[in-house]
Design a protein around this ligand. Structure first.
Ligand SMILES: NC(=O)c1ccc[n+]([C@@H]2O[C@H](COP(=O)([O-])OP(=O)(O)OC[C@H]3O[C@@H](n4cnc5c(N)ncnc54)[C@H](OP(=O)(O)O)[C@@H]3O)[C@@H](O)[C@H]2O)c1
Length: 323
């Protein structure tokens, strides 16, 4: 599916061509209007300004990034609304996610989809993903509602997020009954979070022709090298695995290696960390960017290549099985 070393890849088995790196818009939007509990307020802190969000998208597009990820839940629609304002009339692949709330039922999918379409100012969503598995939402019911949405032209491709390998197979089988394929599974994947390699998700993606969309590819900023035991981030993010106890010591070692490899290419630690993901076929990292500077830096991960030894050194240095 991917072109090794190339700048575009095909999303799942669709005809949708996307850049090898996207952009995550989780903390975008006018947070003054968003509820108190949301990632922009409590976990990461907001972007510098609405104009910085515009600039971040502009530099991303200019660098060839054509995939943007949001969700109905982010800021209770605030992120989608901003993505809609910024992408109106622009040729960009937009991915969003159902549902709107943690305890939503599968049956709310058609109405939630209408809300997302309105906020995104679109008649069709390129990639519509189920945000997480939930006991309130049966996978067969969800996939049939997704297939209905594809039939009506409101959705181009169907994805899931945070699904296990088994859940992916169930979704894939249900969609196949309707003549469709599962396009993507969006899961946490980075040098500091290698679970998809061992829990069967990456293998299953490859077997089924599903793109693995890697969220938190910078481990919430840990892989940028700007955080340490002395400078932990503010907000709930500081309680993430990467920013706690012994992991901060390991982080210093990993950032050291990212710096060393980066210096050979004149690149930053975050660019090397993103490049490690890009060079795994069929993996699409979607780093979050709070401003144009971060977006430009992240997009520049598209413009250099790690050699095989460097990829291996990074894999070995962050392999959880290695003591
Ligand atoms: N499906 C899901 O359940 C799920 C869950 C989480 C995220 N996501 C998606 O994945 C996207 C990315 O994940 P994420 O934002 O949680 O984690 P991330 O991409 O690993 O980290 C993003 C954060 O790192 C910092 N950063 C980014 N680029 C930087 C750069 N070049 N230099 C310095 N700092 C930089 C910024 O925060 P600071 O400047 O404050 O450090 C930014 O908010 C989200 O936007 C969302 O679309 C999906």
């Amino acid at each position: 599916m991917s072109e090794p070393g190339g700048q575009l890849m095909t999303l799942g088995r669709t005809d949708i061509r996307v850049s090898r790196l996207g952009i995550g818009a989780m903390v975008w939007g006018d947070m003054a209007a968003a509820p108190r509990w949301n990632p922009a307020r409590n976990v990461y802190g907001p972007t510098s300004s609405l104009e910085e969000q515009r600039a971040a998208l502009e530099v991303s597009l200019a660098a060839g990034v054509n995939f943007i990820d949001t969700a109905a839940m982010y800021g209770k629609g605030a992120s989608e609304r901003r993505v809609g304002e910024l992408t109106e009339g622009i040729d960009v692949v937009v991915a969003t996610k159902f549902p709107f709330g943690f305890f939503s039922r599968a049956s709310s999918l058609p109405t939630t989809l209408e809300g997302s379409l309105a906020r995104l100012r679109r008649t069709s969503i390129d990639l519509y993903q189920v945000h997480f598995p939930s006991r309130w939402m049966s996978i067969p019911t969800l996939m049939n509602l997704m297939a209905d949405a594809v039939d009506t032209g409101k959705v181009r491709a169907v994805g899931v997020s945070n699904y296990t390998a088994d859940q992916m197979r169930t979704a894939h089988t249900e969609l196949a009954r309707r003549g469709l394929a599962l396009t993507s599974n969006q899961v946490q994947y980075s040098l500091l979070h290698r679970d998809p390699e061992t829990d069967g998700v990456l293998d299953t993606c490859r077997k089924l022709g599903v793109t693995l969309i890697a969220y938190m590819p910078l481990a919430s900023g840990a892989l940028t090298g700007k955080y340490s035991a002395a400078t932990r981030p503010a907000g709930w993010r500081r309680y993430n695995r990467s920013f706690r106890g012994r992991n901060l010591v390991d982080l210093a070692r990993v950032v050291g290696l990212l710096n060393e490899i980066g210096s050979r290419h004149d690149r930053s630690p975050s660019q090397v960390a993103l490049r490690w993901l890009i060079q795994q076929n069929d993996v699409l990292p979607i780093p979050g960017a709070k401003n144009a500077r971060q977006a430009a830096q992240n997009a520049a991960a598209l413009t250099f290549t790690l050699d095989d030894e460097e990829v291996q050194a990074l894999s070995d240095a962050t392999n959880p099985a290695t003591p």
